[in-house]
Design a protein around this ligand. Sequence first.
Ligand SMILES: *Cc1c(COP(=O)(O)O)cnc(C)c1O
Length: 459
Amino acid sequence: MISAPQKMIFELGASGRKGYSLPELTIPIKEVADLIPAEFLRSQPAELPEVSELEVMRHFIALSQLNYHVEKGIYPLGSCTMKYNPKINEVVSRLEGIVALHPLQDEEDVQGALALMHELGQYLCEIAGMEAITLQPAAGAHGELTGLLLIRAYHEDQGNPRKKVLLPDSAHGTNPASASLVGYQAVQIKSNDKGLIDLDDLKRHLDDEVAALMLTNPNTLGLFETQIETVCRLVAEAGALLYMDGANLNALLGIVRPGDLGFDVVHFNLHKTFSAPHGGGGPGSGPLGVSKKLVDFLPVPTVELKDGYYFLDYDRPKSIGKVATFFGNFTVMVKAFAYIRMMGASGLKEASKMAILNANYLLERLKSMYHLPYPTRPMHEFVLSAERQKQYGVRTTDIAKRLLDLGFHAPTIYFPLIVHEALMIEPTETESKETLDAFAEALLQIADEASENPKNFSS
Ligand SMILES: *Cc1c(COP(=O)(O)O)cnc(C)c1O
């Protein structure tokens, strides 16, 4: 439960009270003041809080408890995969040999770190069915930018960089933004009434100026693109490349590999699928896997292994160059590495199956009271609409705020844009049935309140 608002720190304490003790000054204060130009000196003492150390501690601990985080309760933000991150990952990433590393150390002194990066890259390539990888991008959107730079370099190498990138209208906002940043025109493809890509609209837009199709799969409605093989074939026939936004890979581990479907590029969100804290909780990492066609263009350096020796390969004449100062967010890689090793292939597959099961369970509990605009079985997340509640004047924002009253984090709201009054719910595999039930009860209670006492929601 969220506790009542408390006083500001300026309202606490008493005149003259102190939370510190410093040794006596050995230089007269006047002499120090004389060293500072007059215009920088205060005429009045600063109005600082006058509080004891204990008051400072209690104040900030109380504030920290107002924060909501995954250790406190379910965090069902759709598209964000706010799952619990096992603390062993943190322990491993803080081992002295890891935190004391410096990126300018000689290769032979950091063989262990390079081995970790190389092995992590191999795991990710295996998971996604990709040929090679760069670990440099610092987030999902940075991976997208890098992927589109590679696509551009590939087409330029073929003689024509092409002009357009196609994206379904359910795309994550970062996709069209990344396409524009690389100088491509972002062209929207419609979804059909099942929430999947409209094949006729896709065909209408495919021509020899299309550089790539960017697709999230499962898409932002949580639906698996069942026509994916046809989509991939059509795009490949037009000479365009296939980019998969792999931020939703949490639904696919050990089940489907984007490379097997025909994708040329896929970015990973280590801070979503591979269990590193995110959302104010720490830095991200958005490695990018590529198919054979794109290997030559990867950023330098890549991490390579030859005769038992790991090295950084800068000798790549067609490379797009660097996309990070050094090699990427190394400690996030360590967390992902620890997570993958701990889970193993069967554990990762189990995680995805549980993520899908949890989403479907929650949907079954909610769909009698909330409108489900695309009634297809979802994968790891689903999108409801508060259309029914809107008849009573209760909107999605009201429902989200009421959830906060009841002690739960709200889901993602008003996204994807193709659903009115959207509530996008991703419970993740780490929540128990009891927690899912408690969350479902809260949403069902809110649906009752909306029809019985809609006036209580007016803000
Ligand atoms: C989170 C997300 C992104 C962006 O990832 P960042 O690490 O936040 O840049 C892109 N696409 C989808 C589908 C996502 O869920």
